[in-house]
Write a protein that binds this ligand. Structure first.
Ligand code: COA
Length: 165
Protein backbone atom coordinates (compact mmCIF):
# COMPACT_ATOMS: atom_id res chain seq x y z
CA UNK A 1 0.00 0.00 0.00
CA UNK A 2 1.57 3.33 -0.99
CA UNK A 3 0.74 6.88 0.02
CA UNK A 4 -0.30 8.83 -3.05
CA UNK A 5 -2.27 12.01 -2.32
CA UNK A 6 -2.87 14.37 0.60
CA UNK A 7 -6.42 15.62 1.23
CA UNK A 8 -7.28 17.95 4.13
CA UNK A 9 -4.18 16.85 6.06
CA UNK A 10 -4.93 13.16 5.50
CA UNK A 11 -3.08 10.74 3.28
CA UNK A 12 -4.88 8.83 0.54
CA UNK A 13 -3.82 5.27 -0.23
CA UNK A 14 -5.21 2.55 -2.45
CA UNK A 15 -5.26 -1.02 -1.27
CA UNK A 16 -6.85 -4.33 -2.10
CA UNK A 17 -10.43 -4.48 -0.74
CA UNK A 18 -11.33 -7.54 1.35
CA UNK A 19 -14.60 -9.11 2.46
CA UNK A 20 -14.23 -7.10 5.70
CA UNK A 21 -14.67 -3.90 3.66
CA UNK A 22 -18.06 -4.89 2.23
CA UNK A 23 -20.17 -2.59 4.44
CA UNK A 24 -17.89 0.39 3.71
CA UNK A 25 -18.16 -0.36 -0.03
CA UNK A 26 -21.96 -0.67 0.16
CA UNK A 27 -22.06 2.67 1.99
CA UNK A 28 -19.97 4.33 -0.72
CA UNK A 29 -22.30 2.82 -3.33
CA UNK A 30 -25.48 4.01 -1.56
CA UNK A 31 -24.13 7.53 -1.07
CA UNK A 32 -22.42 8.00 -4.43
CA UNK A 33 -24.70 6.21 -6.87
CA UNK A 34 -28.25 6.96 -7.87
CA UNK A 35 -28.46 3.26 -8.83
CA UNK A 36 -26.25 1.47 -6.26
CA UNK A 37 -24.97 -2.09 -6.67
CA UNK A 38 -26.53 -4.33 -4.01
CA UNK A 39 -24.60 -6.33 -1.40
CA UNK A 40 -25.70 -9.45 -3.32
CA UNK A 41 -24.17 -8.12 -6.54
CA UNK A 42 -20.92 -7.01 -4.89
CA UNK A 43 -20.16 -10.00 -2.64
CA UNK A 44 -19.23 -12.55 -5.36
CA UNK A 45 -16.59 -10.12 -6.65
CA UNK A 46 -14.37 -11.06 -3.69
CA UNK A 47 -14.23 -14.67 -4.86
CA UNK A 48 -13.67 -14.29 -8.62
CA UNK A 49 -10.00 -14.72 -9.47
CA UNK A 50 -10.40 -12.17 -12.27
CA UNK A 51 -11.85 -9.42 -10.01
CA UNK A 52 -9.65 -6.50 -9.02
CA UNK A 53 -11.33 -4.79 -6.07
CA UNK A 54 -9.49 -1.67 -4.91
CA UNK A 55 -10.34 0.58 -1.97
CA UNK A 56 -9.29 4.22 -1.53
CA UNK A 57 -8.75 5.13 2.13
CA UNK A 58 -7.77 8.29 3.97
CA UNK A 59 -5.73 8.16 7.14
CA UNK A 60 -4.13 10.70 9.44
CA UNK A 61 -0.35 10.54 8.81
CA UNK A 62 0.14 10.20 12.58
CA UNK A 63 -2.06 7.10 12.72
CA UNK A 64 -5.67 6.28 13.54
CA UNK A 65 -8.55 4.63 11.74
CA UNK A 66 -8.74 4.60 7.96
CA UNK A 67 -11.70 6.27 6.29
CA UNK A 68 -12.85 4.43 3.15
CA UNK A 69 -13.75 7.13 0.58
CA UNK A 70 -13.92 5.33 -2.76
CA UNK A 71 -13.59 2.06 -4.56
CA UNK A 72 -12.92 0.72 -8.01
CA UNK A 73 -13.91 -2.70 -9.33
CA UNK A 74 -12.59 -4.18 -12.55
CA UNK A 75 -12.22 -7.57 -14.21
CA UNK A 76 -8.83 -8.58 -15.48
CA UNK A 77 -9.60 -10.71 -18.55
CA UNK A 78 -7.13 -12.31 -21.01
CA UNK A 79 -6.92 -9.34 -23.36
CA UNK A 80 -8.70 -6.51 -21.56
CA UNK A 81 -9.32 -4.88 -18.23
CA UNK A 82 -13.08 -4.30 -17.95
CA UNK A 83 -13.81 -1.45 -15.57
CA UNK A 84 -17.14 -2.22 -13.89
CA UNK A 85 -17.45 0.56 -11.38
CA UNK A 86 -15.70 3.47 -9.75
CA UNK A 87 -17.26 5.56 -6.98
CA UNK A 88 -16.20 8.25 -4.52
CA UNK A 89 -18.17 9.47 -1.47
CA UNK A 90 -19.90 12.75 -2.47
CA UNK A 91 -18.10 14.75 0.27
CA UNK A 92 -14.75 13.75 -1.26
CA UNK A 93 -15.56 14.15 -4.95
CA UNK A 94 -13.63 16.50 -7.22
CA UNK A 95 -10.47 16.15 -5.08
CA UNK A 96 -8.58 13.83 -7.39
CA UNK A 97 -9.55 10.47 -5.83
CA UNK A 98 -11.33 9.20 -8.98
CA UNK A 99 -8.24 10.14 -10.99
CA UNK A 100 -5.97 8.18 -8.60
CA UNK A 101 -8.21 5.12 -8.90
CA UNK A 102 -8.13 5.33 -12.70
CA UNK A 103 -4.33 5.62 -12.60
CA UNK A 104 -4.28 2.50 -10.41
CA UNK A 105 -6.54 0.59 -12.87
CA UNK A 106 -4.25 1.62 -15.74
CA UNK A 107 -1.25 0.35 -13.76
CA UNK A 108 -3.00 -3.01 -13.24
CA UNK A 109 -3.76 -3.22 -16.98
CA UNK A 110 -0.21 -2.27 -17.91
CA UNK A 111 1.37 -4.80 -15.53
CA UNK A 112 -0.88 -7.55 -16.93
CA UNK A 113 0.02 -6.44 -20.48
CA UNK A 114 -3.60 -6.31 -21.63
CA UNK A 115 -4.36 -4.45 -24.85
CA UNK A 116 -7.32 -2.34 -23.80
CA UNK A 117 -9.45 -1.05 -20.94
CA UNK A 118 -13.19 -1.19 -21.65
CA UNK A 119 -16.11 0.26 -19.75
CA UNK A 120 -19.76 1.19 -20.09
CA UNK A 121 -21.23 4.38 -18.66
CA UNK A 122 -24.71 5.90 -18.55
CA UNK A 123 -24.92 8.51 -21.29
CA UNK A 124 -26.15 11.07 -18.69
CA UNK A 125 -23.18 10.54 -16.33
CA UNK A 126 -21.32 13.78 -17.01
CA UNK A 127 -18.81 13.37 -14.13
CA UNK A 128 -17.70 9.85 -15.04
CA UNK A 129 -17.56 10.67 -18.76
CA UNK A 130 -15.41 13.73 -17.90
CA UNK A 131 -13.09 11.53 -15.83
CA UNK A 132 -12.71 8.89 -18.58
CA UNK A 133 -12.18 11.46 -21.33
CA UNK A 134 -9.48 13.18 -19.26
CA UNK A 135 -7.50 9.90 -19.50
CA UNK A 136 -7.95 9.66 -23.26
CA UNK A 137 -10.73 7.04 -23.27
CA UNK A 138 -12.53 7.07 -26.63
CA UNK A 139 -16.20 6.46 -27.32
CA UNK A 140 -16.44 3.35 -29.51
CA UNK A 141 -20.05 2.23 -29.22
CA UNK A 142 -23.52 2.64 -27.81
CA UNK A 143 -25.46 -0.11 -26.03
CA UNK A 144 -29.17 0.66 -26.31
CA UNK A 145 -31.18 0.34 -23.07
CA UNK A 146 -28.15 -1.21 -21.34
CA UNK A 147 -29.22 0.04 -17.90
CA UNK A 148 -32.52 -0.21 -16.06
CA UNK A 149 -34.07 1.79 -13.19
CA UNK A 150 -34.23 4.04 -15.16
CA UNK A 151 -33.74 2.52 -18.58
CA UNK A 152 -30.85 4.30 -20.25
CA UNK A 153 -28.31 3.75 -23.03
CA UNK A 154 -24.62 3.21 -22.30
CA UNK A 155 -21.63 4.63 -24.08
CA UNK A 156 -18.84 2.10 -24.51
CA UNK A 157 -15.45 3.67 -23.91
CA UNK A 158 -12.06 2.15 -24.59
CA UNK A 159 -8.49 3.11 -23.73
CA UNK A 160 -5.85 1.45 -25.86
CA UNK A 161 -2.81 0.28 -23.89
CA UNK A 162 -0.67 -0.10 -27.00
CA UNK A 163 2.14 2.42 -27.28
CA UNK A 164 1.24 5.31 -29.61
CA UNK A 165 3.18 6.11 -32.78
C1 COA B 1 -17.14 9.71 -11.41
C2 COA B 1 -16.48 9.89 -10.06
C3 COA B 1 -15.93 8.54 -9.59
C4 COA B 1 -15.31 10.89 -10.19
O1 COA B 1 -14.58 10.88 -8.97
P1 COA B 1 -13.86 12.19 -8.40
O2 COA B 1 -12.98 11.77 -7.29
O3 COA B 1 -14.86 13.24 -8.11
O4 COA B 1 -12.99 12.61 -9.69
P2 COA B 1 -11.67 13.53 -9.69
O5 COA B 1 -11.73 14.56 -8.62
O6 COA B 1 -10.47 12.64 -9.65
O7 COA B 1 -11.79 14.23 -11.11
C5 COA B 1 -10.93 13.91 -12.19
C6 COA B 1 -11.48 14.53 -13.45
O8 COA B 1 -12.73 13.92 -13.81
C7 COA B 1 -13.58 14.92 -14.42
N1 COA B 1 -14.75 15.17 -13.54
C8 COA B 1 -14.93 14.74 -12.28
N2 COA B 1 -16.14 15.16 -11.83
C9 COA B 1 -16.70 15.87 -12.83
C10 COA B 1 -17.94 16.55 -12.97
N3 COA B 1 -18.84 16.60 -11.96
N4 COA B 1 -18.22 17.13 -14.15
C11 COA B 1 -17.34 17.09 -15.17
N5 COA B 1 -16.13 16.47 -15.10
C12 COA B 1 -15.83 15.87 -13.93
C13 COA B 1 -12.74 16.18 -14.51
O9 COA B 1 -12.01 16.12 -15.75
C14 COA B 1 -11.80 16.01 -13.33
O10 COA B 1 -10.61 16.76 -13.44
P3 COA B 1 -10.61 18.28 -12.85
O11 COA B 1 -11.19 18.23 -11.47
O12 COA B 1 -9.14 18.63 -12.88
O13 COA B 1 -11.45 19.09 -13.79
C15 COA B 1 -17.48 10.47 -9.00
O14 COA B 1 -18.11 11.59 -9.56
C16 COA B 1 -18.52 9.47 -8.54
O15 COA B 1 -18.31 8.71 -7.59
N6 COA B 1 -19.70 9.48 -9.20
C17 COA B 1 -20.79 8.57 -8.81
C18 COA B 1 -20.48 7.14 -9.20
C19 COA B 1 -20.40 6.97 -10.72
O16 COA B 1 -21.20 7.50 -11.46
N7 COA B 1 -19.41 6.17 -11.16
C20 COA B 1 -19.19 5.86 -12.57
C21 COA B 1 -19.80 4.56 -12.93
S1 COA B 1 -19.48 4.15 -14.63
Amino acid sequence: MSAILEIQGQVLSLRQATQADISAICRIERMAQPHPWSLKALEPEFTHPWSRFRLAVLRDPLGGEEIPVGYCLSWLLPSELHLLNVAVLPAYQRMGIGRKMLEDAIRIAREARVLEIFLEVRISNVAAIGLYRSFGFEQVGLRKKYYDKPIEDAWVFVLSMEPKG
